[in-house]
Structure formats: C-alpha cells, structure tokens
Design a protein around this ligand. Structure first.
Ligand code: MG
Length: 379
C-alpha cells in the first residue's frame, strides 16, 4: 500500500532541557529527525513532508543531507496546526502517517502493521497496555485508577487522509488535541489499536537521551571493505609504503606518491561504507593530486566514515613483492597507518608475501597491495 508521511518536528521540546530542540540533537551521530526520515523513506513513503519551525527551515537540508524524496514546510503555533500544515502540503490522496520526530526508532514493521489496519478503520495507532498501577492525586494519593482497557498511544499514527482532514476541519478551535487519533475519534471515526512497541519511546526528558543512545548503540552494524592496488617499478631510490619511505633501488610510478598500500587501504575503507573508490574522490586527472602524499587519501576515507556517525575498527594490509624486504619496516608501517587512521596500533596489521617468482610481482615489474578494513556504522 502506498502512503504519505508527515513528520512533525516543529516543537521546542522544553521538557528535554536546555540546548537544541530535541529533533535537532545528535543521537548516535545523526540528528534525531534524520532517524525517522531515513526509515520512512526506506519503508516506501511516496510523499514525505517534514514540518519544522519557520526559523529552522534552513537547517533541514543539512540534517537530511544525502536523502531525497522529502520536502520541508513551516509549522504552526501548535502541534495540531503543524500537522495541518503538513497535510495541506501533500498532493495525492493516499493513506497518511503522522509521526513525531521525537520517536526515532520507528521501523518498516510498525508502518506495515498500521497500514494493514486501515482496511477496516479510518485510523490506526500503535498502543501499549499500561503495566503500572495508576494513581490520581497531588502529593498524596486520592484514588487508584482502574487501568483495564487503558493504552499508551504512540506514533506513527495512520489515517485515511480525507477522514483526518475532515476531522481536523471539524475540530473546535479553542481545544488542543494531544494526538491525531483523538481528532478522528471526536469526529466519529473508527481508530484501530495495533500492537505498540517500547522502541517507539518518545524522547521527552533529558534522561531519555541517555537511554536512546544505549538503544541506538545496539542498532549499529559492522561492515567490511577490501581494496587492491598495484604500481609499476620505475627509476628512483625509494618507495613509499604505508606512509613510510623505504630506500630501494627503484621507485614506484604513479600520479601521487604511488603508495599502493595506502591506496588499497583507502579503497577498503571506502568500500566498507559503499562510498565509491579512491579514483572517484581524488581523480588522477586532477593536477592537484600530482605527487600528493597518500596519507591524505586515507585520512579522507576515515573522515567519510566519521561523517556517517561510524568509526573504523581495524585494518589489515598485505604487501605482495619480492623486494624490498618489508619485515624491517613492518612496525614503522603499522605505527604510521595507526596514526593516520586514529587507531590503536594493535588494530592495524601489515603483512607481506611473495609470489614465489611468478607473475608481475615475481618478476619485479611492480608491487601489489591488498587491504581489508572493518568499520561500524549506525544501521
Ligand atoms: Mg594506486
């Protein structure tokens, strides 16, 4: 079923304490708002409107950099006004999800359950039964409230769009709904309860962010990339390998310093985040990379991982050549690679092998490097 999405991020979230409004704070390396937008776009949202405070409109592009298929509109003075601004910005008439950006851990499974429930209801909400005993009172208990049949309503909430728009049109101007289902209920619409999820927690209080960081930490994946490079021997008195200058009776030919170990490792890191290859980031046709020191290529790849909220975990490089002998330089190479990547030395391996005289490395025509890198990133 195709659907549209309105993500509301216009509130100031004063209960979350001082600092940026919660939708704009970083959670595991990316803005809270981005978590929901990424998930709902990937879940197939055909039209996605993000509602933010007018003075935040210029910030949305940065928070959602690299994502496409969304639009931002300015919200109103209340949550209800913001929802209506989002609804008004939608084009085609299809079921709509209304979601609070402050619930970052929405998944496609939540979306599918809600949309399925719309077949025999005007609306559907994820809801959890109340496990705690409920009390009413002020400093002392006045009464115990029966919790039978009580539910905690979460978002996203799904609606047939016309039903929601008509219900909002009929909503009295002097009242403020606390959720969208309440608007449809008042208009006589049927709202289905579907199983909620503790992971749909709302970031409300300062301590919620610490808990969310823990939960987000569990939603990271380890990714692996590999790289291969080779350079031809030519005139010279030294080669650069793993950022270390090694005296030799030849040099290596290349546009940059021809450090094929760092080139292979750069490709391994880029490969782990599916971010193209070294040639795409540093085209050989660009004269500014002529003779360049290759440590900047590797540092750039590590920065690309960090920009995604990730980190490099380990690197393993294998050099394939008959000469020069790598052993005497191995520890210096490990130390230099670790320094460039910001890793402890025990996460960096440099190995060497020969091809027993076979092939281009065996004949001493050139030198080859292979590398593997592991990184972890938010899912
Ligand atoms: Mg190369």
């Amino acid at each position: 079923m195709t659907f549209s999405t309105v993500i509301v991020a216009a509130g100031e979230g004063l209960r979350a304490g001082p600092g940026e409004p919660k939708a704009w704070r970083a959670l595991a390396g990316k803005p809270v708002l981005r978590w929901s937008v990424e998930t709902l776009l990937a879940a197939g949202s055909a039209e996605t409107v993000v509602v933010v405070a007018r003075d935040r409109l210029s910030q949305v592009g940065e928070a959602l950099a690299g994502l496409s298929g969304w639009r931002a509109v300015a919200g109103g003075a209340s949550r209800a006004a913001s929802v209506q601004a989002g609804l008004a910005a939608l084009g085609a008439d299809r079921p709509v999800l209304i979601h609070d950006a402050a619930r970052p851990f929405v998944t496609k499974a939540h979306v599918d359950r809600l949309l399925a429930a719309l077949t025999d209801a005007e609306g559907a909400i994820p809801a959890l039964p109340v496990p705690d005993t409920l009390k009413r009172g002020d400093r002392v208990v006045e009464t115990t409230v029966a919790r039978d049949g009580l539910w905690r309503a979460q978002t996203p909430q799904a609606f047939r769009r016309e039903a929601l728009a008509a219900a909002y049109a009929a909503w009295p101007g002097d009242a403020e709904p606390t959720d969208d289902a309440g608007v449809v209920e008042r208009a006589g619409g049927r709202v289905a309860l579907v199983p909620g999820d503790p992971m749909l927690m709302k970031l409300t209080w300062p301590e919620d962010f610490a808990m969310a960081e823990q939960l987000a930490g569990g939603r990271r994946i380890v990714r692996m990339g590999q790289g291969v490079d080779a350079h031809r021997f030519g005139p010279g008195d030294a080669v650069w390998l793993c950022g270390v200058r090694i005296p030799h009776d030849h040099g290596l030919v290349g546009h940059s310093d021809a450090d094929c170990a760092l080139h292979a490792l750069t490709d391994a890191v880029l490969g782990a985040i599916a971010d193209g290859d070294i040639g795409a980031h540093f085209p050989p046709s660009d004269p500014q990379w002529k003779g360049a020191s290759s440590d900047r290529f590797l540092a750039h790849a590590v920065e690309r991982v960090a920009a995604r909220g990730g980190q490099v975990l380990s690197a393993d490089v294998t050099l394939i050549c008959e000469r020069p002998k790598i052993g005497p330089h191995r520890e210096a190479m490990r130390a230099r690679v670790a320094e460039i990547m910001g890793l402890p030395v025990d996460r960096v391996s440099v190995k060497a092998t020969t091809t027993e005289g076979m092939g281009f490395t065996g004949r001493g025509e050139g030198l080859m490097a292979q590398a593997v890198a592991t990184v972890e990133t938010p899912i």
